[in-house]
Design a protein around this ligand. Structure first.
Ligand code: FAD
Length: 500
């Protein structure tokens, strides 16, 4: 007879309830927590993040030289002055976010190592149920929340986008992705090929060039770059005049945004002139013998893709010094010693770095359901890139592509707090956006207009993203200048908002 085993009775942990649950503790999630604490002090809230600490993008990315490509006056929050040089390292950005958490007592509201798997809206209770798994203990934890504030960013943090090149497995060297940079990667005196031409490649290459035997930037097609000193002269002057840092922050933000708006307008009105100016700067660094036509003359109009900033022209100085070379070609296949290119050229490498971008993750790879039915976001229409038709009590943060992301995260935060207060004042427990009678025949288009903005990572994900209409309410504009006034003027009693 077998001895009866004593079974430990595990009582399932009952769901914990919060008024608002924030998904993510990156720059958007911490911003959301700040705004909630300040503007809706009576709301209980929690921010859950699957990583071990705050920072999101700036915690995940560890490649050499990792830095912002926006200025931190506008990438920083409106409410906290940025006092350092405009382009910041990830360590500096993390320190800034850490101060926001510390100064506003936000740590008590954040829980790390919580991977959210499932979010289910139950109309009967007017509540979201959120199921998460602790990444350290494997424990399953359930939360309920009245409102979900999605600050999950736009890409999968665990793995970057690696194209499926032929014969990758035959390469005898090391193949790494910039998003998951191995701590032990030793590139001293190694031949390194960096595949990519965007901001990431342009950051890694000058950061490692001095230590490597040689670095090659292998690009399929050229990109626009802007060079400049990593100094904001207006901020420096105002500082010399002993102006208060809060004023400096506001004035410098306005000046940067004003200049950016003028530049964006010029890119539309006189794209060839702007293109020639940008390419002319590169030519000045590389000299008349360099094939700028082939390697640094993009085929698209400036601003159709983000223009990477190169502080102190470090990339071009590396090329001019012979430490870095650029190859514009395509990979035919990998082989034991490196890459065979479509032109027939062999590019040998000890290390190949894929700086090839992201896997888009529309809503944090969470399975959403509404009253038992799986939610397909691609079947919804976006309300100003913040809410979705038929999805109750949920706001989504997606920042600007070309201006700093955080400008929009701040605008969305003000809107969400206003919406929550309005619901409290009117006793509403549920809000959903819905097409009004005048919107019923509106043509539905892809989420962004490829004529306007078309980087590869967005194009690959267009089928996963919500639709847009042809009226401002149903579009996700990329225009800070119009949204900053439009968002604060949104009439919450408009028929597009349906309350219960
Ligand atoms: C290398 C790099 C440099 C960039 N530089 C700039 C720049 O200079 N200027 C600019 O405007 N933009 C830049 N961007 C874009 C950048 O991602 C955003 O600006 C910004 O940092 C995004 O912040 P976020 O908080 O919205 O999202 P993220 O930083 O992506 O953070 C989202 C957080 O949500 C968490 N999360 C997601 N899903 C789940 C889930 N299911 N469960 C639990 N947690 C979850 C993630 O773990 C992550 O910590 C850059 C991007 C990269 C990759």
């Amino acid at each position: 007879m077998t001895k009866p085993t004593t079974q430990l009775k595990t009582t399932p942990v009952p769901p914990e309830h919060f008024d608002v649950l924030i998904v993510g503790a990156g720059i958007s999630g911490i911003g959301a927590a700040y705004h909630l604490a300040k503007r809706c002090p009576n709301k209980s809230f929690v921010a859950l993040d699957m990583q071990d600490s705050f920072g999101g993008t700036w915690w995940t990315h560890r490649y050499p030289g990792i830095r912002s490509d926006s200025d931190l006056h506008t990438f920083g929050y409106a409410f906290k002055p940025w006092t350092g040089p405009p382009i910041a390292t990830s360590a500096e950005i993390l320190a800034y976010m850490g101060e926001v958490i510390e100064e506003n007592g936000l740590a008590q509201h954040i829980r790390y190592k919580h991977k959210i798997r499932l979010a289910h809206w139950r109309g009967r209770d007017k509540l979201w149920t959120i199921e998460s798994t602790r990444t350290d203990t494997g424990e399953e934890l359930t939360f309920t929340a009245n409102f979900l504030w999605m600050c999950q960013g736009y890409y999968r943090h665990s793995q970057g986008y690696m194209p499926n090149w032929p014969a990758m497995e035959t390469f005898k060297g090391r193949l790494v992705h910039s998003e998951t940079w191995p701590e032990d990667l030793d590139y001293t005196n190694k031949k390194v090929v960096v595949v990519g031409s965007g901001a990431t490649a342009a950051t890694i290459i000058p950061a490692i060039a001095d230590d490597c035997a040689h670095v090659t930037m292998l690009q399929r097609s050229p990109t626009f770059f802007i060079t400049g000193r990593n100094v904001n002269e207006l901020a420096e002057t105002l500082r010399q005049l002993q102006i208060d840092e809060e004023w400096i922050h506001e004035i410098v933000r306005r000046k940067i945004l004003y200049d950016q708006a003028a530049f964006t307008r010029r890119c539309v009105e006189e794209p060839d002139v702007v293109a020639n100016e940008l390419i002319g700067v590169v030519r000045n660094y590389l000299g008349s013998d360099y094939n700028v036509e082939k390697h640094f003359t993009p085929k698209y109009r400036p601003w159709r893709q983000r223009i990477a900033f190169i502080p102190d022209a470090d990339l071009f100085k590396g090329i001019a010094a012979g430490k870095v070379s650029v190859v514009t070609d395509e990979i035919e296949r990998f082989n034991e010693t490196g890459l065979l290119l479509k032109s027939g050229t062999q590019l040998d490498a000890d290390i190949i770095v894929a700086a090839t971008g992201f896997n888009i993750s529309v809503l944090g790879d969470i399975n959403f359901a509404i009253d038992g039915n799986p939610l397909v976001f691609a079947d919804t229409v976006t309300y100003r890139g913040m809410m979705f038709t038929g999805v109750p009590n949920l706001a989504w943060v997606f920042g600007y592509f070309r201006a700093s992301w955080t400008l929009r995260a701040d605008l969305v935060a003000s809107f969400v707090c206003r919406l929550l207060k309005h619901m409290d004042e009117t006793g509403a427990k549920k809000v959903t956006v819905a097409m009004r009678p005048q919107d019923q025949d509106m043509p539905l288009l892809s989420w962004i207009d490829p004529e306007n903005f078309n980087p590869g990572y967005m194009m690959r994900a267009m089928h996963l993203l919500p639709k847009r209409g042809n009226k401002p309410e149903w579009q996700h504009s990329q225009d800070y200048w119009s949204e900053k006034d439009q968002f604060s003027a949104i009439d919450l009693r408009n028929a597009a908002f349906v309350y219960e």
